[in-house]
Design a protein around this ligand. Structure first.
Ligand SMILES: [Zn+2]
Length: 309
């Protein structure tokens, strides 16, 4: 038993589960079950224009067919706007967040003037234009400062038993991924002040995830490696809000025939509900677990035993 372990799987209802997302679902379920912990499901429908109706129900049905049953009814980010507003209010009051009036075009011009080249994920690093105020322009979005925590400090609220080595030294955030090992990012230089509430009024993924993980007492985040790059922004936000930092494990990605990450966007096939064991065996293989025969329940029971060994 890991005292108080709570994990979660957090799919976006933009398409059905596929071979890639099942790897993350299975890993997070196994990680929780292997220590007698709690496993929750959260529907990440904060980006409502991208969500497809009925997809949440289909995903839950796919999980159930694979024997992955959450310990509580799923929560929906689209129902939690007041909590995100509360967090933003707190960040504004403490000087962490500020309104930004810049359009995408203005940011591109300001970045070009700095000689900035698009590099990281083809995203520009916001040049901090509105840190000093809006100068009469209307607010469009809200951003989080990444220039705080200049001093060298261990991160607060890390559980004493944690294997994480979360530190900020000279603006560089270091954390420990349970699979990838020590990771580093200089948020101010590589990401810049990032958006908490978008110009279209939608909540940014980073804020929603951090608020929800804390609200449900998530101690362990197990998810796909495509999300690893979000971790430093989320740890930064946890620190700014005075929230605990969970432990992170990012699972290997499944690549499609073109060598790119298998995703809903590049046409990954939905899981075949008639063949859940075959889908689970493929996911287990990606996680380095041996194939299992029998039925879904006995396969899962075998992998729970093998997960930490
Ligand atoms: Zn701005």
């Amino acid at each position: 038993m890991v005292q108080g372990y709570t994990g979660r799987f957090a799919p976006s209802p933009t398409g059905p589960l596929h071979a890639g997302s099942l790897v993350a679902a299975l890993a997070s379920w196994l990680d929780a079950r292997a220590v007698g912990g709690t496993w929750l499901v959260r529907i990440e429908d904060v980006d409502t224009p991208r969500c497809l109706p009925g997809m949440d129900a289909l995903i839950l049905q796919q999980l159930a067919a694979c024997g992955l049953q959450p310990d509580a009814p799923p929560t929906y980010q689209s129902h939690r706007s007041p909590l995100y507003q509360q967090a933003l209010d707190q960040l504004v009051a403490s000087g962490w967040a500020y309104p930004c009036a810049c359009s995408r075009k203005e940011i591109e011009v300001a970045c070009a003037a700095q000689g900035q080249v698009r590099s990281r994920n083809a995203e520009l690093v916001y040049p901090g234009t509105c840190r000093s105020g809006l100068h009469g322009r209307p607010a469009r979005a809200w951003r989080l400062r990444t220039d705080k925590f200049k001093e060298n400090r261990p991160l607060a609220h890390i559980p004493p038993t944690s294997v994480a080595i979360n530190l900020i030294v000279n603006g560089i955030l270091t954390w420990n991924d349970r699979l990838l090992g020590p990771q580093q990012q200089n948020l101010a230089a590589e990401v810049g002040d990032f958006v908490l509430r978008r110009a279209d009024g939608l909540w940014a993924y980073q804020l929603a995830v951090v608020v929800d993980d804390a609200a449900r007492g998530i101690t362990h985040v197990v998810r796909g490696q495509d999300l690893a790059d979000n971790t430093p922004r989320q740890i930064w936000l946890q620190q700014a809000l005075g929230l605990p930092t969970p432990q992170y494990l990012h699972t290997p990605l499944v690549l499609g025939p073109n060598g790119e990450k298998l995703s809903k966007q590049n046409g990954a096939q939905a899981l075949d509900l008639a063949q859940p064991l075959a889908a689970l065996n493929a996911a287990a293989g990606v996680l380095g677990l041996p194939a299992a025969g029998g039925d879904v329940a006995s396969a899962l029971a075998q992998w729970v035993v093998q997960w930490n060994s």
